[in-house]
Design a protein around this ligand. Structure first.
Ligand SMILES: C[S@@+](CC[C@H](N)C(=O)[O-])C[C@H]1O[C@@H](n2cnc3c(N)ncnc32)[C@H](O)[C@@H]1O
Length: 374
């Protein structure tokens, strides 16, 4: 691994970066096909995906992350989705980010979890006193962006009724001028901002070579792509521009927070494990025929080529026949083809195409689903 990515990882894994998963789990659920016979290996990130799987009641979920903050949050979300009787209470904790009695509810939710997660939340339950939604480097960075660009929930509400062309003009006005200022450009290009974005140096280079542009221009064009989505329901747009979800719509939140999902999640009998460490340690320890599903976020973009090759080899080695693999990437070309693995990992062309078009984060060029053939 290049030294700059090694340093990035050291800093990243000790920081509370995200409090939501910046990936469209509604799209994932549609194409993954998780069911009661499934065993899922996933990179947890902030855990909206881990919590989401519970509604399908898979046999097991093995959640892994190098970042203990993200994994502990994922564990709390999954416990809340499963053990809270009241949907109102679940929504209060993770929709609004606060709870009238956070110490009591957090203590109850972590009781069945591993000791290190209990110890983590014993020190951190206070983040639900004011709002967990404001916690983390990404939330802080977005708060700064809102202050500089004078954008907020009202600004976003005005965009909902507009044409896409008008929305893009409004983005130019609010963000274009600000992004010309040298100190803002310097801040956006800084390594601290890369950490807040969750983009390491390798992934940044992949973005820049695919988009043939600089990072600031890419960020503005990304906002314009978000403007093409259903802004009333796009919970990523709300989180970024308003600083909270759109509470007027029950379906403008990650699926695990919706009442119909919660009803199913409460019945789940899934065994969930949480491993704070590198995905490769978990893969190398596992035997053949272990998992039916792999959800990798966009971690593949963080990896140098030889590491990507090992990842694909390990997935083929540890998977059941017909396993499904999901990853996101900022690149257009196929990771699997690049590594000559097409015989064992078959791209689901239609699902990947539709998912890439539907993903409302608009952060990735591709949302790819593969099926393993041994
Ligand atoms: C790749 S990051 C990017 C952001 C992601 N798209 C999101 O929306 O949250 C997601 C998560 O992957 C974790 N991660 C990256 N590489 C990993 C690895 N090799 N093993 C385990 N976790 C990893 C990070 O700690 C982070 O929590």
């Amino acid at each position: 691994m290049p030294l700059r990515d090694w340093t990035f990882e050291k800093l990243f894994k000790n920081a509370f970066v995200y409090n939501i998963l910046w990936e469209d789990t509604e799209v994932d659920e549609r194409f993954l096909g998780v069911d009661e016979d499934s065993s899922v290996l996933c990179i947890s990130a902030a855990g909206c995906g881990v919590a989401n799987h519970l509604a399908r009641n898979p046999r097991r979920v093995d959640a892994v992350d190098i970042n203990p903050h993200h994994l502990a949050l994922a564990a709390l979300k999954a416990s809340a989705a499963r053990y809270l009787e009241s949907h109102e209470e679940l929504y209060s904790l993770f929709g609004l980010g606060r709870h009238p009695n956070p110490e009591r509810v957090v203590r109850r939710l972590v009781a069945p979890l591993p000791r290190w997660i209990r110890a983590y939340w014993k020190l951190r339950w206070r983040m639900f006193e004011k709002s967990m939604v404001q916690e983390g480097l990404t939330a802080q960075m977005l708060k700064g962006v809102r202050a500089i660009t004078h954008t907020d929930a009202e600004w976003l509400r005005r965009r909902i009724g507009e044409t896409v062309a008008d929305r893009k003009r409004a983005i130019e006005v609010a963000f274009g001028a600000a992004s010309e200022k040298p100190w803002i450009r310097a801040a956006l290009n800084s390594p601290l901002n890369l950490i807040a974005l969750g983009v390491n140096f390798s992934q940044r280079d992949r973005i820049l070579s695919t988009e043939q542009t600089d990072l600031v221009t890419f960020l503005i064009s990304h906002l314009k792509r978000v403007a093409e989505t259903d802004l009333e329901r796009n919970w990523f747009a709300w989180y970024a521009i308003a600083g909270h979800f759109n509470h007027d719509r029950p379906d403008a939140v990650p699926p695990y927070l919706r009442e119909c999902h919660h009803r199913e999640s409460k019945r789940a009998t899934t065994t969930i494990s949480y491993t704070n460490g590198n995905l490769f340690d978990t893969l190398r320890r596992a035997g053949p025929d272990t998992w039916t599903h792999y959800t990798l976020c966009d971690a593949v973009d963080w990896m140098p080529h030889p590491v990507q090759q090992e990842l694909l080899d390990q997935i083929v080695r540890t998977s059941k026949e017909g396993a499904r693999v999901l990853y996101r990437t900022v690149e257009d070309d196929s990771l699997v083809e690049r590594h000559g693995m097409e015989r064992h990992l078959k791209l689901d062309v239609d699902a990947s195409q539709i998912a890439s078009e539907l993903d409302r984060t608009r952060q990735y060029r591709r949302v790819n689903f593969y099926t393993v053939a041994h």
